[in-house]
Design a protein around this ligand. Structure first.
Ligand SMILES: [Zn+2]
Ligand SMILES: [Zn+2]
Length: 237
């Protein structure tokens, strides 16, 4: 099982498709306003990005799957995992393994990302970091996550194709927003020691209450402006 998962992850890493899409998203997020200004599609993309980082990345990938602070229903698993694949958030097993390693080694040389890691590890995360399946336990048997592993690339490519035809600005801005948020959380959140920021927490679904989170991984409400908690987790507990 571990071996077959590693093979699957290697496939993603070597194709570079995941990383390429994330970087196209970041380029769209940063460069588009310089050329076209803040159009309605751009602002809508940023809003979708905030929803994704809040509910898919923070509330679900991070707090439900990685730390088990709340329990989603079966249909919620499939909805969030489909959205995670559709917007290139990463296969959840990959995300969870890497994140648990981060908690084990944060602010040391073995941290897979953050200020002590090099720029490559922060900007090209999936290309240079291993999936760390040794940090996954019963997750490996989790049926919805296994389902996402099988269909991740197909869902992601299909959504990219459809959205590239319908509304590429909205789509790639949303993809870029989520990826840029990860980079900001991983680097600024640990810059000169782990820290909290009310303002950045609003734009990161509560993730920038980073010091509070590292002090107690099982805490489900991280701060005053924790939209992931007030928008979803509170109602599921
Ligand atoms: Zn951290
Ligand atoms: Zn965490």
């Amino acid at each position: 099982m571990l071996q077959s998962l590693s093979k699957l992850y290697k496939k993603y890493r070597h194709t570079g498709t995941h990383q390429a899409m994330n970087l196209v998203g970041v380029a769209m997020l940063l460069l588009y306003p310089m050329v076209q200004g803040f159009t309605a599609n751009y602002l809508l993309g940023a809003f979708v990005g905030i929803l994704l980082i809040t509910f898919v990345a923070s509330a679900y990938y991070h707090r439900a799957l990685s730390h088990r602070t709340w329990t989603p229903t079966k249909s919620m698993h499939y909805i969030f995992l489909t959205l995670g694949a559709a917007f290139w958030v990463l296969p959840a097993m990959y995300w969870v393994g890497l994140h648990r390693k981060h908690h084990r080694y944060y602010d040391t040389d073995q941290d897979p990302h953050g200020p002590k890691a090099g720029w490559k590890q922060n900007l090209l995360m999936v290309l240079v970091n291993n999936p760390e399946p040794s940090y996954l336990k019963r997750d490996l048997k989790h049926e919805p996550m296994r389902w996402q592993n099988t269909y991740y690339l197909r869902i992601a490519l299909f959504t990219t194709l459809v959205m590239a035809l319908i509304n590429p600005v909205l789509y790639f801005v949303a993809v870029g927003y989520v990826y840029s948020s990860f980079i900001m959380i991983n680097t600024y959140g640990h810059w000169r020691g782990v820290k909290d920021s009310h303002i950045l927490a609003i734009f990161s679904g509560g993730e920038l209450y980073h010091k509070t989170h590292h002090e107690d991984q099982r805490k489900s409400r991280l701060g005053v402006f924790d939209l992931g908690y007030y928008g979803l987790i509170k109602w599921m507990k």
